[in-house]
Write a protein that binds this ligand. Structure first.
Ligand SMILES: N[C@@H](CCC(=O)N[C@@H](CS)C(=O)NCC(=O)O)C(=O)O
Length: 186
């Protein structure tokens, strides 16, 4: 199976880490984003990553790929935690996208909305339930790792010492080291 990814994508990173840690060999192919010449467009008209190609079937959207690989938790509470982690990632990603627009196209109100959403999700976490090796634990750590490397405008550690300690312990694994996103300057 081929996994199309971009090194900065926190969504793709979830699958790259789980693939390594669960012994599922995913052939990772880095693809440019928003490029009409990107090779993945031949299989994936949506053009987003992550995208999983199995034979001639292309599956996009992280939760669907997790489901296809049998990695979605069956416990409703774990599913709920995963939903919050993915909602966090989604909100931070669109907030980050706004910051990449020309200044006159940015929306401070939109950014404020996403900042408060992200803070709310982090403050509502029940960390004792978050196993760092679970899908939802990996997803949460990938969202925080994205903030550290590509979205530093969000100082998520402030007032969250327990979360900072959880994160420091969670990422101390080869799969995290091997998939560290490049710094972006935002
Ligand atoms: N809802 C999607 C989000 C994936 C996503 O936003 N991917 C970004 C990279 S982090 C992307 O491919 N952006 C390129 C584009 O918007 O064209 C998922 O769950 O996988």
């Amino acid at each position: 199976m081929i996994l199309y990814f971009a090194p900065g994508s926190p969504f793709a990173r979830i699958l790259r880490i789980l693939g390594r840690e669960r012994g599922v060999p995913l052939t990772e192919i880095e693809t440019p984003l928003r490029d009409p010449a990107a090779p993945q467009l031949a299989h994936n008209p949506a053009g987003r990553v992550p995208a999983l190609l199995d034979g001639s079937t292309l599956i996009c959207e992280t939760p669907l790929i997790l489901a296809y690989l049998g990695w979605l938790p069956s416990d409703p509470a774990a599913l709920s935690r995963l939903g919050q982690a993915l909602a966090l990632t989604d909100g931070i990603a669109v907030w980050n996208r706004d910051l990449r627009r020309p200044v006159h196209e940015r929306s401070p109100a939109f950014q404020a909305l996403e900042r408060s959403r992200a803070g709310r999700i982090l403050d509502a976490l029940h960390l004792s339930a978050h196993d760092p090796f679970s899908v939802e634990g990996v997803a949460l750590a990938c969202a925080l790792g994205y903030c550290d490397r590509r979205h530093t405008v969000f100082p998520w550690r402030e007032g969250r010492d327990t979360l900072a300690a959880w994160y420091a312990a969670a990422i101390n694994r080869p799969a995290f080291a091997e998939t560290t996103p490049p710094l972006s300057g935002i």
